[in-house]
Design a protein around this ligand. Structure first.
Ligand code: SF4
Ligand code: SF4
Length: 202
């Protein structure tokens, strides 16, 4: 496909994306499984490194359809799943002293793709752009940074979109089972549903 303009980016390890208190570190189902397996976490340990952001107001169907990642149903209402963040805003896995990610090889797709976002415009065609958060606080964008390898980024984007589609499917299945009273809405039940269904981790 033809990309209409160049993208320049190089991570200078400023840590903004790992420490911004207003950024949720979004995590997909395959990210959860990869981190659990890679760190050999028990269910309780897994719950400890995750954060469930419960919506304070009730969500209607229209609002939910607008969301890029659907929330799951929990005992406290709809909730987004992310990585746990400290009160100061840092991701649980950020090494502040050395300014590195402690789970670099296992990190969520959200972190792998930052500061880019992708959108599917056709079955085999995707668009790439800087994410809003990237534009807001990533100093690695533009300027003298090198041009990105567009093919590699589009491949990453394609894999990420496929992962998000699978994630959507998993969340819809779980939420439907809750609606049908086959599963009680809870964080533990969502994770057990995920762990017991042999979903892929890549
Ligand atoms: S904000 Fe940009 S430059 Fe800073 S660590 Fe994140 S990706 Fe790298
Ligand atoms: S998982 Fe790693 S890369 Fe992602 S926000 Fe946390 S520390 Fe940063």
């Amino acid at each position: 496909m033809k990309i209409s303009h160049d993208f320049r980016f190089e991570c200078i390890r400023c840590g903004n994306c790992c420490t911004d208190s207003n950024t949720i570190v979004n995590i997909s189902s395959s990210d959860i499984l990869r981190i659990k397996d890679g760190l050999t976490l028990t269910l309780n340990e897994l719950i400890y490194v995750l954060a469930f952001y419960v919506f304070e107001t009730e969500l209607n169907e229209k609002d939910r359809k607008k969301m890029v990642i659907s929330p799951i149903k929990t005992q406290k209402g709809f909730a987004f799943v992310g990585l746990f963040k400290k009160k100061t805003g840092e991701c649980y896995f950020y090494d502040t002293k050395n300014k590195i990610c402690k789970i670099y090889n296992l990190r969520p797709n959200f972190c792998r793709t930052f500061p880019f976002s992708f959108k599917r415009i056709h079955k085999s065609e995707i668009d790439i752009f800087y994410s809003n958060k990237g534009v807001e606080y990533c100093p690695g964008i533009g300027g003298d940074s090198p041009l990105i390898n567009i093919e590699k980024h589009l491949e990453l984007g394609n894999n990420t979109l496929k992962d998000m589609e699978l994630n959507e499917d998993i969340i819809n299945k779980y939420n439907t089972l809750v609606d049908e009273n086959k599963i009680k809405p809870s964080v533990k039940n969502f994770l057990n549903f995920l762990l017991n269904n042999n979903y892929p981790t890549k």
